[in-house]
Structure formats: C-alpha cells, structure tokens
Write a protein that binds this ligand. Structure first.
Ligand code: AMP
Ligand code: ZN
Length: 117
C-alpha cells in the first residue's frame, strides 16, 4: 500500500520526478538528489510503504533481499564492486533518517571512513 503524503511514494507513482537508474516489479532505484559520493543511489520497495527498517517483519524479509540484489546490480554496472562500496539504512533521528519510507543507500566511487561520522 502506498500513501499520498510520502515523498518516495510520490516518486513511485511518478507524481514527482526522479533520476531513475533501476526498476523492476518490486524495487525502484534513483540517484540521490544530494549525492554524498560519485555513486549515490537510493533503492526503495515499490509496492509497500514501510516507514523504517525497524518496522521490518518476517513477511518483509524478501523485500530486503530484493533491495540488496538491486543495489548489487547497480554497483556492478558502475564498476565499484572491486574497489568497494557501502550500503546504509538510516533509522530514526540519531541516524539522521529524513525520509520515512525505507530506502537503501548505495554509496561508492570514493573511500569512506570508519567509524562513520
Ligand atoms: P535518509 O537520511 O536516510 O532518510 O536519506 C534521505 C535521502 O533522500 C537523502 O540522502 C536525500 O538527499 C534524499 N532525497 C530527498 N529528497 C529526494 C528526492 N526528491 N530525490 C532524490 N533523493 C532525495
Ligand atoms: Zn512511502
């Protein structure tokens, strides 16, 4: 179920434009509007509005696999697998979650520090 007042649900419904780089029956991937790395793509579930990663239930496990699989495909397409990349889910305020429709960040094309800031 999608919702009318969620930014990413609006992108799924093509009510707001996005620079889409991946789409299948379940997942949409689009470039982040404020990229933090040369490759910065957000992957979201297309058929369900789930607010945050802590809401994931057993019946949602397939969605997480689909998000990671889509991110892997785009990482390969961008030739960032050998050098390495980062996948991130931000959850709630301490992690800086700004959009409450789960999204997997794919970040690559530069060296990342650890621990993260
Ligand atoms: P988070 O902090 O994990 O909630 O990340 C939300 C991300 O969404 C940020 O990296 C934003 O730059 C990105 N973002 C916000 N609005 C848009 C948009 N209209 N199109 C693409 N990315 C967006
Ligand atoms: Zn949504």
């Amino acid at each position: 179920m999608l919702c009318s007042d969620c930014l990413f649900c609006k992108i799924i419904q093509k009510k707001i434009p996005a620079d889409i780089v991946y789409e299948d029956d379940n997942i949409l991937g689009f470039n982040d509007i404020n990229p933090q790395a040369p490759v910065h793509v957000l992957f979201i579930p297309k058929n369900r509005h789930i607010e945050k990663i802590s809401d994931i239930k057993k019946e949602d496990h397939e969605i997480i696999g689909q998000l990671v699989s889509a991110a892997n495909k785009i990482a390969k397409k961008n030739n960032i697998v050998d050098d390495g990349f980062r996948l991130v889910f931000n959850c709630n305020k301490n992690a800086g979650q700004a959009v409450f429709h789960i999204h997997l960040h794919l970040l690559g094309g530069r060296i990342f520090s650890w621990p993260p800031g």
